[in-house]
Ligand binder design. Structure first.
Ligand code: ZN
Ligand code: ZN
Length: 420
């Protein structure tokens, strides 16, 4: 390990606690994961321990950890009865919903090998993904209405590093991946917390510019893409810094480079081409495009993982509609790193993206107090899934369409047209 590794890891954990979670005095903390949705990978223990130490030093009364072992997840796929993949562990849904309802903070650490389940039986993968979506639905709905302050952050592990840096192996790959994560999360700046406050301020300025415009729709054009996305009246753009139900500000994703809002569930038309692979639940969907009419997916093709894409889209009625449109300039640090992380939380912040499935109620004016039916009536989408995939590139142009169908340029060649 690099001699400064300990120092950087401490700054990273500090950033997670102070900017990511904004852990409040007296607030308990639950640390969980994917891996894959059972809890945080045991391989991420050095970061988990560092975060716990800082939380306790700041006065946290209790840090609880849900652990998961990727090797045992793999054993299940290799050894468990073929018809048993609709089952799901008892602890994660129960512990996580109870924690959120208590008002504790939730940290999700992703430290997963993107290829953990590569080559496993597609029917088992779909059944397991469906079971995850069903069993974690209570967690997802609480998170997407920001019931508590929560944060998702990454931790490097050797297998993930080897995927990102194919020439390296073991500890070298892990070290290199940590270095990339630290760069992207601005950990090497003299004062990462201050650097993040400045960055979050920049994102908020873009967000407010778009909120003031209240466009009727966006039109996105790029290689293989010509997609018009209607925006409901009263849609709200959001960015990294959000508030939980009690008004506590927090940053749900580290890193975050996006501003995003609510697509109208019935006004999405055209074709969109993914610009990066989609890594989902340990498997990959790549080289794919999706066509929408009246908000619904009417056609799709994938060179890799078409069966998985198909099962995602068929999860439920809302899985065939959009729940998010996010704009990210091509000059973002993740994009500039030139790396493909095979982890949506990182890759989505390299690129403009859309999500199939559930929309965030907070992306509509007054949305968090609406019932599901009221939210749907105003254009919001509901689903058990929310799957982001990347569509931005250095050739993407985005126009804002006004109610009288004037087109105003928002992005050209992947960059904002207005000054940042
Ligand atoms: Zn997003
Ligand atoms: Zn998303």
């Amino acid at each position: 390990m690099h001699p400064d590794f300990e120092h950087s890891l401490t700054k990273y954990a500090d950033l997670i606690i102070k900017v990511g979670l904004n852990l409040q005095p007296g607030q308990r903390l639950l640390i969980s994961g994917p891996a894959t949705s059972g809890g945080v990978s045991i391989e991420a223990a050095p970061l988990v321990r560092k975060v716990a130490e800082i939380a306790y030093r700041l006065g946290a009364p209790l840090v609880e950890v849900l652990w998961s072992d990727p090797a045992i997840i793999k054993q299940r796929f290799e050894l468990a009865p073929g018809d048993s993949f609709g089952g799901f562990p008892v602890a994660p849904p129960y512990v996580t919903t109870t924690t959120i309802d208590r008002g504790d903070a939730l940290l999700v650490i992703t430290a997963d090998d993107p290829d953990l389940l590569a080559g496993q039986d597609a029917a088992r993968l779909s059944a397991a993904q469906r079971a995850t979506a069903e069993n974690m639905a209570g967690v997802s709905s609480r998170i997407s209405s920001n019931k508590t302050n929560w944060c998702v952050a990454g931790a490097a592990v050797p297998a993930w590093g080897e995927r990102v840096f194919p020439g390296l192996s073991g500890a070298d790959a892990e070290t290199q991946l940590w270095d990339a994560i630290f760069h992207i999360c601005r950990i090497y700046s003299a004062d990462p917390v201050a650097a993040w406050q400045a960055h979050l301020g920049r994102l908020a300025a873009w967000r407010e510019t778009l909120n003031a415009k209240q466009y009727d729709a966006l039109r996105l054009r790029g290689e293989g893409t010509d997609l018009t996305i209607g925006l409901p009246q009263g849609h709200r753009w959001a960015s990294g810094a959000m508030n939980n139900a009690a008004g506590v500000p927090f940053t749900a994703n580290l890193p975050t480079e996006e501003v995003f809002t609510l697509p109208d569930r019935v006004r999405v038309d055209g074709t969109v081409r993914a610009t990066k692979p989609l890594s989902y639940g340990g498997a990959l969907i790549d080289d794919f495009s999706v066509t929408f009419a009246g908000g619904r997916v009417v056609d799709y093709q994938a060179r890799y993982g078409e069966e998985l894409l198909s099962s995602l889209i068929e999860t439920d009625e809302g899985a065939a509609r959009l729940g998010e449109i996010a704009l990210v300039p091509h000059s973002s640090p993740i994009s500039q790193s030139g790396l493909m992380f095979y982890n949506t939380r990182f890759d989505e912040n390299a690129s403009s993206h859309i999500a199939l499935g559930r929309a965030y109620k907070f992306s509509l004016d007054g949305g968090t107090s609406l019932s599901d039916d009221e939210f749907t009536a105003r254009g919001g989408n509901l689903s058990r899934i929310h799957i982001d995939f990347m569509i931005g590139s250095e050739t993407m142009d985005v126009d804002g369409l006004t109610a009288d169908r004037r087109a105003e340029p928002l992005m050209r060649g992947g960059e904002w047209t207005f000054a940042s």
